[in-house]
Design a protein around this ligand. Structure first.
Ligand code: TUI
Length: 318
């Protein structure tokens, strides 16, 4: 009994200490998907849940934060997608709402870091290169999420396997690995690379707490190893999603030389279409390469317990 109770404690790292969480697992900040139900579900299960601001306006995000506070007394975070037109307003909102943790994606958040640190917020930029990781450390980030291109959504160039050890060697702050982690083997593997936690996105999309349309969940459960593709490389904003009518259309427009703004509009509108309406043919079904591993829908608690138990065994720390 004692051993079981202590099991989580043995996976304590600088990240679990920093974030005051039981297990070294944080949930990816996925636009449209990561709203209050999912964030609270992950936090209540002992990880760090995250609300994704995506392209939502400030009042919609405030409402999500308040609803999450009503569902959990555990810490949770907000992810700010820096390409959003509302990014700077949301940067202020997290201070007003006294959010515990901020993660950022798709850009460089350094101009906001002093304000967040002043407010006592833990700052964890998502990065995909050594140069940006070092810069974030210099500007006072508490940790970084290093995201390999196995991840879904907006991605960098390097794989998780190549990226993590290079980031770990380059910075002293703790590193959270992301991209391609879907089970305990993945979490154990990134620990071996020097990471102190894993960020998991795609597997939580297929959780009971996730509000994505059932067509989206089914598509991920059915997907095979090679079903995702990357669009937008030509614009410098590559995005990984499940190959479908929409990715073919995007590629066509890309080849016709359409502007970044036009293409971006197509992707963002399409994400809502897939997540909320379940249109998995014309919508953007963002997902990581690990989708092929996911075989069923589970609760956040089941997902986290299963991953921790398996990683624990592999790391032989019982
Ligand atoms: O941000 C993500 N993933 C996302 S955001 C998103 S919403 C969206 N939808 C359509 C098009 C664009 C965005 C969907 N998925 N992951 C974190 C991440 N950030 N991965 C890679 C990066 C990154 C890349 C380059 C961070 C910084 C960077 O360079 C910034 C600079 O200025 O040097």
């Amino acid at each position: 009994m004692n051993q079981i109770r202590n099991r989580g404690c043995r996976m304590k790292t600088r990240i679990s200490e920093l974030l005051n969480i039981e297990y070294p697992i944080i949930q990816g900040g996925m636009a449209w998907v990561a709203e209050h139900h999912l964030a609270a579900g992950v936090s209540n299960a002992g990880g760090l849940g995250i609300i994704a601001a995506g392209n939502a306006p400030v009042e919609a995000v405030r409402e999500e934060i308040r609803k999450a506070k009503a569902l959990t007394d555990k810490p949770f975070g907000v992810n700010i997608m820096l390409l959003s037109p509302y990014a700077s307003e949301i940067a202020n909102l997290v201070v007003e709402e006294k959010v515990a943790v901020v993660t950022t994606g798709a850009g460089n958040p350094e101009k906001y870091i002093p304000m967040w640190k002043e407010a006592g917020i833990k700052v964890i930029p998502v990065i995909a290169s050594v140069a940006l990781a070092k810069r974030m450390e210099k500007h006072g980030a508490d940790a970084v999420v290093a995201e390999g291109c196995e991840a879904g959504g907006h991605i960098g160039e390097l794989t998780t396997m190549a990226l993590i050890p290079q980031i770990v060697d380059a910075v002293s702050i703790p590193v959270i690995a992301a991209g391609g982690i879907g089970d305990g083997r993945g979490l154990a593997a990134v620990f071996m690379l020097g990471a102190e936690a894993g960020q998991i996105g795609t597997r939580f999309v297929v959780s009971h707490e996730s509000i994505v349309h059932s067509n989206y969940k089914k598509r991920l459960i059915q997907s095979k190893d090679i079903d995702s593709t990357v669009t937008g490389r030509s614009t410098g904003h590559p995005v990984r999603s499940i190959r479908n009518q929409m990715t073919r259309q995007y590629t066509k427009l890309e080849q016709e030389g359409k502007s970044f703004e036009e293409l971006e509009l197509l992707t963002l509108g399409s994400l809502r279409k897939a997540v909320m309406e379940g249109d998995i043919n014309n919508g953007s079904v963002m997902a990581g390469q690990i989708a092929g591993l996911i075989s069923k829908e589970q609760s956040c608690k089941e997902i986290i317990s299963e991953i921790i138990e398996e990683a624990d065994k592999l790391l032989k720390i019982n």
